[in-house]
Design a protein around this ligand. Sequence first.
Ligand code: FAD
Length: 278
Amino acid sequence: MFYRPDTFAAALRLKADHAAAIKPISGGTDLVVGLNRGQSLGVDVLDLTAAKDYRRIDHADGSLILSGGTTFAQLEQLDIACLARAAASVGGPQIRNRGTIAGNLATASPAGDGSVALLALDAEVELAHADRGTRWLRLIDYFEDYRQTALGDDELISHVRIPTPSALQASAWYKIGKRGAVNISLVCAAAARFLDGRICLAFGSVAPIPMRAVQTEKLLQGQPLTGALLHQAAQAASAEVKPIDDWRASADYRKAMCAVLARRVLEQLQTDDERQMP
Ligand SMILES: Cc1cc2nc3c(=O)[nH]c(=O)nc-3n(C[C@H](O)[C@H](O)[C@H](O)COP(=O)(O)OP(=O)(O)OC[C@H]3O[C@@H](n4cnc5c(N)ncnc54)[C@H](O)[C@@H]3O)c2cc1C
């Protein structure tokens, strides 16, 4: 069966009633790849694209609330450097026009560019159930293991909450891949500095999950971002990540690139005064 409800509430009802026996589809840019290869979903399909308000971005209580169906093309327009640049680095224009943030979080690829940028923003994800209501989770608690998340079989991703641009001092993004476009990251990094001074640093493709470098972040809190501290943070980040060898790159290469990218994204968070410091 193929369901295409016109409200998110109706989609939630179907998901709650059918649980794992129904598969949501947002942009289809992950799911349809498998279908094109001849894989069968083996379950009913729940198309979310007709659900009203599934592609909205709203302001609420000093945050931006992204509906799950927010596309990378929409994210590219935001005045939040790490997220806009991460979104702009995804696939080609067709993929960015269809691919959504809910799809990126549900797929939970370690290379998920949107997921990494959202981690650096210390985003929260809202998981919704027709009867139990909604629960907000910090993204750092949402990713559990390789392609495993806190999302229940009977839930949908409804929203993601991020800070407004005015709550951020600066943010940055960098991705290394094998080519300039339609580029899966060998390593990617995102960092954000909040107005209260807090710094978050996240990496992709260097662990079973998109990861926050929490040990490295501890070094950075409350300290001016001097050249010496950036050097220390780069070494710490390289030691903290846990990449594997695969056909795209070796673990050693990825570790070395984490040091380089940590430095690059943190340099973009420096104030003019900090840039003068050794
Ligand atoms: C050519 C190509 C290039 C790509 N390049 C990149 C890239 O550079 N970076 C990158 O990160 N990704 C890339 N991708 C992967 C893909 O585009 C992203 O992961 C995208 O975010 C998936 O979103 P979607 O809406 O298309 O997901 P879908 O394919 O619709 O769904 C993906 C998964 O999420 C689940 N899902 C969807 N919506 C919900 C919801 N609301 N609640 C719960 N579960 C849900 C689905 O059931 C499915 O398991 C690429 C894909 C292609 C085909």
